[in-house]
Design a protein around this ligand. Structure first.
Ligand SMILES: NC(=O)c1ccc[n+]([C@@H]2O[C@H](COP(=O)([O-])OP(=O)(O)OC[C@H]3O[C@@H](n4cnc5c(N)ncnc54)[C@H](O)[C@@H]3O)[C@@H](O)[C@H]2O)c1
Length: 390
C-alpha cells in the first residue's frame, strides 16, 4: 500500500524540459513525479518560448534563477551548483528527444523521456550505449503500464492460467482526429508533421503503448516478422498515417495484431489488449483500468477487480486506496515515477541486484518501441509486405 511515506531514501532534485503552459502532458509528469515525494522540482526549461517558460516556472514555485531559457543552459548551470538537479524529464515534441536525452546523459543526469524515444533504432541504440557507459537510468513514460492489473495479467500468464499463448490482440484506436483538427490545434499539428513527429504518427504516438503493455504481460514473446499497412484518411497528413494495422508473428508460434488509429470516429481511447491462450483469455481496457476480464472456455466470464485479496501480491503492491474506489491514469503514472526514482537510487549505489528487480519501462523498452515503428514503416512503405523483424 502506498500511503505518502517516502519510498526513496531521499527526494531526487529534478528538472523538467518542456511540459510548459498549456502542454498536454506537462502536468501529468509534474503530478506523477511529485506525488510520492520521490522527486522535487528544482529547475526547468519549460517552453520553446523562454519568457513564457520563465513566468510559468515561477507560477509553479521555482526560483527565477532556476527557470532557464533552454535545456543546455540548464544542464550547465545546474552542474555547477552543489544542490543541482540529479535527474531530468523530457516532455517536448518527438524531434527533440534524442538531442536532449543525449545532452542530459552527457551531463551525468538520470532521464525520464517521453515516447517515442527518438526517430531511428540507430539513435535509440546510441542512447542505450551511452546510458550504460554512464551507468544512468533512462525511464520512458509508457504510463498505462503503471496500472496494477497489468501485473496481475503478467502473473496469470506466467503461471499458465491461460494455457499456451496463441493470439495477442491489441489496439489503441481513438476518434479525436477523425477530422483535420490540426488546422486549429498546434499540439496536433506537430504530430502529423514528419519534421517533428518522426517517421510515423499513430504507430509511434499511440501504438507503442499497447505494444509495451504486451511486453510486460508476455516478457518472453519475441517478434519474428511483421506486416503493416498504414493510411492517411485525412489526406493532408500523408506521408504520416492516421490509421495502421500491424500483424505480427512471434518466435513461439503465437500471432499478434495491433491496430493504431486516431480516426475511430466516436471512440474515446479504446486502448485494449486481449491475450488468448489455449484454455482461457484475459482482456484489459484502459477505459476501465481497475478491471481485468478473465474468460475460461466453457465457463461464465469473471471480472477481477483492483485491490481485491484474490490478486497476486505484485498487483496489490501499489494500491493507494481500498478496492472499489477507482484509481486512474495519474495513479498509474505515479507508480512508474516512484519506480524510476528507486531505479535511479539503485544505479547510484551501483546495486545491480536491486536494479534488476525494479520493473519500469526503461531504455530497452524505448529502443523496442522505436524498432517496432521502424519495422512497421518499412513494411507499410513497401506496400504492406512481411518483413523480418530487425
Ligand atoms: N506518455 C504519454 O501517454 C504521452 C501523452 C501525451 C504526449 N506524450 C508525448 O509527450 C511529448 C510532448 O507532447 P505534448 O502533447 O505535451 O506536446 P505539446 O505540444 O502539448 O507541448 C510541448 C511542450 O514542449 C515545449 N517545448 C517544445 N520544444 C521545446 C524545447 N526545445 N525546449 C523546451 N521546451 C520545449 C512547448 O513549448 C510545450 O510547452 C511528445 O513526445 C508526446 O509524444 C506522451
Amino acid at each position: 500500500m502506498i500511503d505518502g511515506r517516502l519510498l526513496v531514501e531521499r527526494s531526487i532534485p529534478w528538472g523538467l524540459v518542456g511540459g510548459g503552459l498549456g502542454s498536454q502532458i506537462g502536468y501529468v509528469h509534474r503530478s506523477a513525479a511529485l506525488r510520492d515525494g520521490s522527486f522535487v522540482l528544482m529547475a526547468a526549461a519549460l517552453d520553446i518560448d523562454p519568457e513564457r517558460g520563465r513566468s510559468f516556472g515561477q507560477e509553479l514555485g521555482l526560483s527565477a534563477e532556476r527557470c532557464y531559457a533552454d535545456y543546455r543552459t540548464m544542464f550547465e548551470a545546474e552542474a555547477r551548483r552543489p544542490d543541482g538537479i540529479r535527474a531530468v524529464s523530457i516532455a517536448t515534441p518527438n524531434n527533440t528527444h534524442f538531442e536532449i536525452c543525449k545532452a542530459a546523459l552527457n551531463a551525468g543526469l538520470h532521464v525520464v523521456c517521453e515516447k517515442p524515444l527518438c526517430f531511428t533504432t540507430a539513435e535509440a541504440e546510441e542512447l542505450l550505449e551511452l546510458s550504460r557507459a554512464k551507468q544512468l537510468v533512462v525511464g520512458v513514460t509508457y504510463g498505462y503500464a503503471g496500472h496494477q492489473l497489468i501485473e496481475q495479467a503478467r502473473e496469470m500468464i506466467a503461471r499458465g492460467d491461460l494455457g499456451e499463448i496463441r493470439i495477442v490482440q491489441m489496439q489503441f484506436a481513438h476518434g479525436f482526429h477523425s477530422e483535420g483538427v490540426e488546422a486549429a490545434n498546434p499540439a496536433t499539428r506537430w504530430r502529423v508533421d514528419p519534421k517533428f513527429a518522426g517517421p510515423s504518427y499513430v504507430l509511434g504516438d499511440i501504438g507503442t503503448h499497447p505494444l509495451y503493455i504486451s511486453e510486460v504481460m508476455l516478457p518472453d514473446l519475441k517478434i519474428n516478422r511483421l506486416m503493416c499497412a498504414r493510411q492517411s484518411f485525412v489526406k493532408s497528413r500523408a506521408p504520416l498515417e492516421d490509421n495502421a494495422m500491424t500483424i505480427m508473428e512471434y518466435e513461439s508460434g503465437a500471432v499478434g495484431y495491433l491496430w493504431s488509429c486516431a480516426v475511430n470516429a466516436g471512440a474515446m481511447h479504446s486502448q485494449k489488449i486481449r491475450v488468448i491462450g489455449s484454455r482461457a483469455s484475459i482482456e484489459w481496457w484502459d477505459e476501465h483500468p481497475n478491471q481485468l476480464r478473465y474468460e475460461i472456455q466453457g465457463q461464465p466470464a469473471q471480472i477481477l477487480d483492483r485491490g481485491m485479496p484474490y490478486l497476486h501480491l505484485n498487483a496489490l503492491h501499489d494500491d493507494r486506496i481500498g478496492a472499489g474506489h477507482p484509481e486512474g491514469l495519474f495513479d498509474a503514472w505515479s507508480n512508474l515515477y516512484y519506480r524510476f526514482a528507486l531505479a535511479m537510487e539503485a544505479a547510484d549505489r551501483r546495486d545491480a541486484h536491486a536494479l534488476r528487480d525494479i520493473r519500469y519501462p526503461g531504455i530497452e523498452a524505448g529502443v523496442e518501441g522505436v524498432r517496432w515503428v521502424e519495422n512497421c514503416v518499412r513494411s507499410a512503405d513497401q506496400g504492406g509486405v512481411w518483413v523480418d523483424y530487425r
